[in-house]
Ligand binder design. Structure first.
Ligand code: CTP
Ligand code: CA
Length: 225
């Protein structure tokens, strides 16, 4: 194939990608959320489809247009995202968790809008842990040989934290990127290191999110064959 032409190396494969950021409701009008734009996950879905894969994109609160030929499953909360991923995983050759999943959710949901009361300080918000979807699907593989990829955004000790996280999660690959005020969130570009459970380390230079996505699929395809 000519340079720049995508190789159809994922034909016959089914991949599941999660994207966006979960929102954890406090009441009908408010939520706890995060700054994930969904762009990296959508780039992963687009590039996998271009390489011939059947793609299920579990999209948390993203307003991005659905990529052509991709099956989009919209979700809101971490619990909904978990259900959608677990439903799709048994048929998947690879699962890539690019979504920013809230670690905690409000312990209680108020069915009616929370109101101020004259002269009263607000109640503190109590949080509870959300399920760790990446750790769960890595520990209980829905299919033998399935390749599981996580993403980690770190602000300090990026590589050391990434290695420890890869081990803790039990996934095959972990894409680690450094985040800061102007880095990654909402931007068109990304820079990362992809750590492998086999000890490998693949640096991806600063560039479009598509380029990082292509590297992720290269590494996934290697592990599938
Ligand atoms: N993830 C997940 N379920 C969660 C939290 C995170 O599946 N409840 C996934 C994310 O989609 C991502 C990976 O785990 O692929 C790493 O997320 P990250 O927030 O970096 O990891 P945490 O274990 O939550 O660590 P931290 O305390 O640094 O937030
Ligand atoms: Ca987290």
């Amino acid at each position: 194939l000519a340079r720049g032409v995508t190789e159809p190396d994922l034909v016959g494969r089914h991949v599941v990608v999660s994207a966006g950021g979960t929102r954890e409701p406090l009441d009908p009008v408010r939520f706890l959320g995060n700054r994930s734009s969904g762009k990296q996950g959508y780039a992963l879905a687009r590039t996998a489809a271009a390489r011939g894969a059947r793609v299920t994109l579990v999209a948390a609160n993203s307003t991005l247009p659905a990529p052509a030929g991709v099956d989009v499953v919209p979700v809101g909360t971490a619990v909904e995202l978990r259900e959608a991923v677990l439903r799709a995983a048994p048929e998947a050759d690879a699962v890539v968790m690019a979504a920013a999943v809230a670690d905690f959710r409000p312990a209680a949901y108020a069915a009616g809008k929370i109101k101020k009361k004259d002269g009263q300080e607000p109640e503190p918000v109590t949080l509870v842990r959300n399920p760790d979807i990446l750790a769960e699907i890595s520990a209980d593989r829905a299919r033998p040989g399935q390749v599981i990829v996580g993403f980690a955004a770190e602000t300090d000790d990026v590589l050391a934290n990434g290695r420890a996280k890869l081990k803790r999660k039990g996934c095959d690959l972990l894409v680690v990127n450094e985040v800061g005020e102007r880095k990654t969130f909402g931007s068109e570009e990304n820079e990362a290191v992809v750590l492998g459970a086999d000890g490998s380390e693949t640096a991806v230079a600063h560039g479009p999110k598509e380029a990082l996505a292509e590297t992720v699929w290269d590494l996934v395809a290697e592990r599938l064959s």
